[in-house]
Structure formats: C-alpha cells, structure tokens
Design a protein around this ligand. Sequence first.
Ligand SMILES: *Cc1c(COP(=O)(O)O)cnc(C)c1O
Length: 235
Amino acid sequence: MIAENIKILRNRIQQTCLRCGRRPEDIRVVAVSKTFPVELIQEARAEGQTDFGENYVQELKAKQGSLLDEHIRWHFIGHLQSNKVKHIAEYAHLIHSVDSVALGREIDRQAELYGRRQDVLVEVRTTDESTKFGVLQENAIALVQELAQFSHLRVCGLMTMGPFSNEPNDSRPSFRRLRQLRDEIQSVGIDGVTMDWLSMGMTHDVEVAIEEGATIVRIGTAIFGNRNYIAKVIP
Ligand SMILES: *Cc1c(COP(=O)(O)O)cnc(C)c1O
C-alpha cells in the first residue's frame, strides 16, 4: 500500500512540475509519519524515501531510537518547546518550526553541546488564524537577523502552513507570501543565512505549493493513509 501511495505521490509531483516548468528533483518530500508505527516508516524507507517528519518530541525520540540503522533524515515539523530541544538536538536534520529568538538560543546552545550546527527554518504565520504558530510576517526578517547571530544554528529557509480548508487554492496566498518573504530576505542578504528551503504544502495542497515555489513538501496522508488520533501510536 505504501509503495503504491508513494508512486502515486511522485506522479502527482512530476505532473505538477511538468505543468509549471520545475524539476521534480528540486522538490524534497518529507514523509510525515506522526501517529504511524515504525514498520510503515521502514516500508516507505524501502521505497527510497529518506526524509521523515514528526510533530512530537517524544514520538520522534522513540522512533529515531528504534530506526538507527535506516539512515533516515529526521525533520521536526511541530511546535517545539525550548525545554524539549535537548531530546532532538543530537540528530535532527532540520527543525522547521523556529519562531522566536528564545527557541533559537536554546537550539544553538544544545547544538553546541553536541558539537553540531543545527539547520533550521523560520516558521512564518501567513494566515489570520490566531491558533497558528509562527512568527508574524512583519517580524520575520528581524527574527532571521537575530537568529543569524547564533554560531551553532543556521537559518536555511522558511516554513508555513496554509489555512484550514479543503480547497487547495485557499493556500495560494499564504504560499505566495512565503515565497515573497524569501525573495525579500535574499535581496537584503543576511550573513550566514541561506534561503534554500521553502517548506510548504501538505497532502491536499501540494500542487499549489509546488506552483508557488516549494522546495520541501510535508506529506502524511498521501503516503501513510488517514491518521487515527484516537489510537495514536507513540511507541
Ligand atoms: C501533519 C502535518 C503535515 C502532513 O499533513 P497531511 O495532510 O497528512 O499531508 C504537514 N505539516 C505539518 C506541520 C503537519 O503537522
């Protein structure tokens, strides 16, 4: 089932790229495995899927520990509390959800302890929904500038979520704003900061995200099926 799902997803991405003149190899898929057991992650891994994303620290920690041999790049995509950074600082490939200087400072501190430099994305709030995390657009550049001061942290792009909606096109203004912000940061030019990654687009709006310039898409349902939050699997 997973193999077939991945095939269908890759085809969706390829068709979209053809339509908008982009190259599929420029789009990295992060398979969002939250709530799904390690066996399904292994199945996806066997299909050549290398990047996986988790939202909860404890869940990521447990899965990472039991999949050490799989050579997985682990992405943290959920809201991150400063006091939990220490649990993922040794191995996180990319943290997508930095939205404050305080969190950046703690990531920098933990990365230094492990002798690493941690790649992060700044999460930007591009909708009016007050429940969403992320720095406000108007404060995003200032935050990137402050984070650039930390020597064990590297800002290498931006992340956002579209609005709660089943209509993919409702996400377009959000994604477009994120891309414009990326362009703005690039034209300002901040030392030590790259804008390689635009992390946007999920199962229902991946096409729109690619059209608007996504370089990372975060896909759960299209790979693993529907999540059952009631029987949530935290090993
Ligand atoms: C769950 C989640 C996704 C994946 O959502 P799907 O609709 O299942 O593809 C992507 N990004 C974040 C931040 C998520 O929490």
